[in-house]
Design a protein around this ligand. Structure first.
Ligand code: FES
Length: 182
């Protein structure tokens, strides 16, 4: 029986090139998940099955890795993905309030808005604790994401403003108290 594929021939060609770099095929798993996610935007059940077949791994083997790392998305993210740090320094500085603001403005975590413009996720330390509450948009740093600034960011993205311009405005604040308008 022919199995339907969601990944392209180019993916399969590239997969063989990547696998050839490693003494053991399964060592290529993370690289292949990146390749697949780059191609279709996320790692769905079809991708998990296909990558497993290429590497002779079970879907459970692949899913275990795909769900361990937050960099792999199990649902299609929005065009703009806001990653909010909810680790210690950021929580102490108010990440919970920013979570509430993002939930109000976008919806539940890991779910894109109906127009596909925005989604948000909670992540571990981004190594920018000096900017707590720290965040990223499409992996570009955003310092001091207070609730007001989160609402401004989402409103701007939904209104079609350029991400670079929004980031430049948000990066102008040099401290949390400045970001809070204090
Ligand atoms: S704890 Fe949030 S960036 Fe480190």
């Amino acid at each position: 029986m022919t199995q339907t594929r969601v990944l392209s021939e180019a993916f399969y060609t590239r997969a063989q090139e990547i696998i050839a770099r490693y003494p053991v095929a399964r060592s290529a798993l993370i690289m292949l998940l990146h390749e697949a996610q780059d191609e279709i935007g996320y790692v769905n059940d079809d991708v998990i099955r296909e990558v497993g077949r290429v590497l002779h791994l079970t879907p459970a083997d692949v899913e275990g890795v795909a769900t361990f790392y937050t960099m792999f998305k199990r649902k299609h993210p929005g065009k703009f993905l806001i990653s909010l740090c909810t680790n210690l320094s950021c929580t102490i500085n108010g990440a919970d309030e920013t979570v509430d603001a993002l939930r109000d403005a976008i919806g539940p975590p890991d779910e894109a808005t109906a127009d596909g413009v925005c989604s948000w996720e909670s992540v571990e330390c981004l190594a920018t604790c000096h900017w707590a509450v720290a965040a990223q948009v499409n992996y570009l740093d955003v310092p001091f994401l207070t609730p007001d600034r989160a609402r401004k960011l989402v409103d701007g993205l939904k209104a079609g403003r350029e991400l670079d311009a929004l980031l430049a405005e948000l990066r102008a604040a040099k401290s949390l108290s400045e970001a809070r308008g204090g």
